[in-house]
Ligand binder design. Sequence first.
Ligand code: NOJ
Length: 518
Amino acid sequence: METFAIFVFIISLQSLMFNVYSSCLHQSSSENILEDSSSFPCDFLFGAASSAYQYEGAFLTEGKGLNNWDIFTHEYPGKIRDENNGDMAVDQYHRFMEDIQLMTSLGVNSYRFSISWSRVLPRGRFGSINYSGITYYNRLIDALLSRGIKPFVTLNHLDYPQELENRFQSWLSPEMQNDFVYLANICFKHFGDRVKHWTTLNEPNQQIILSHLKGTFPPSRCSLPYGNCSQGNSETEPFIAAHNAILAHAKAVHIYQTKYQEEQKGIIGIVVQTSWFEPISDSIADIEAAERAQAFYSNWILDPVIHGKYPKEMVNLLGSALPRFSRKEVENLKKSRLDFIGINHYTSYFIQDCLFSSCNTGDGASKVEGFALKLNRKGNVSIGELTDVPWQHIHPQGFQKMLNYLTDRYHNIPMFITENGFGDLQKPETTVNELLNDTKRIQYMSGYLDALKSAMRDGANVKGYFAWSLLDNFEWLYGYKLRFGLYHVDPITLKRTPKLSASWYQNYIGEHLRSRYH
Ligand code: NOJ
């Protein structure tokens, strides 16, 4: 009888252990095929993402200098939908302990945040380090780690000291490369003993289209007919700015890999914005146009940082407007190979050819975006469910296709999904209850996570997923009226309240990532 009881006890223990073990998959880097459709690898990062200007506030606190977004939002409040700015944002600078508590209850194992450049270096290379800024990030990193949350740090997410704009027009000058490396070196030195995941720049492709092609983001540079700015040249400047950003990235990676990586044992990558571009018809012209759309968007940045050259579609169409890499720069690009790519992904479009066919004017139709018109609809069929936000179309299959495309083009490179999420546009009649009952966000995230799993089963080497965003925050030109948070933030009190999606994400993580370490 006794032996039988021991036998039953052992069997139940084994099955208990099997359940715990089987809820996530132990996987070696060589086998990245998911066999169990319900699970992610045990070391998979499930996180939430943020950025300094959109979250921190404290815009003049403890030595921070003014940055490009401080100046832009103060000088032109009318350019922001609710005439607001990031002076206070969601005050994470003062409330990070409370926010870490929210992360703990969500069950995330990583938090993506960025360094406010002008908090650490108020005047770039031209002044001294602001040690209060260093202390702030040290406290944030330590507090995250003490709760088992890995810091996933972006060196630069759109904001830079205004002094760099005033002195040499920021990304239009190669000087910016030196400034960026200066910042990167300081961050690796002060934080790299604890930060094991670094990304250099956030979405240079999308940022530069807005800042130097359409001119809607600072420094508001563009030319007609692309946008209405008092200075700039949309046909040349975006490519100069991106060139400097690519070289700045490569220099930062080089410093990390030669000076820090061996000892600190972290990894480093870059973040690009991606969209899936579906040819609107089976014609060769539309298929090639969809490929050109990719070339002029994410491949613009990824091809040089991975393969050391611009996509051939850009070289062919842009001619001398596209800067060239010197032989030494090509060598450096190839030498400073990144460890992973960060993928921000929100939407898909149909693409129609405008190179060989006549076309309406519209987004993407011009030479500087590859003569590839972006459309929401083909006749009366939309690319996915359309939303209140003109650029957000719910089309998870596009995400799967995008990840397979990247896997193929960049030879199975490791990827982190550094942003994916759904924005609720707040109208005058929207109630707080409606914002809290965010079933559309749940539908969106669950569709995109299913697509992610399918892509991983197809072979995509994805190592983590970050929801954009932990909290409602300052959404650039939309101000606080476009809300991406899993937590609602009251505009007056800044009180954080979980939305339905927060408990949904918490359950999702719990079900998919329970490992024996948790
Ligand atoms: C990407 C950007 O990195 C982030 O700053 C922005 O808030 C989200 N997209 C949503 O638009």
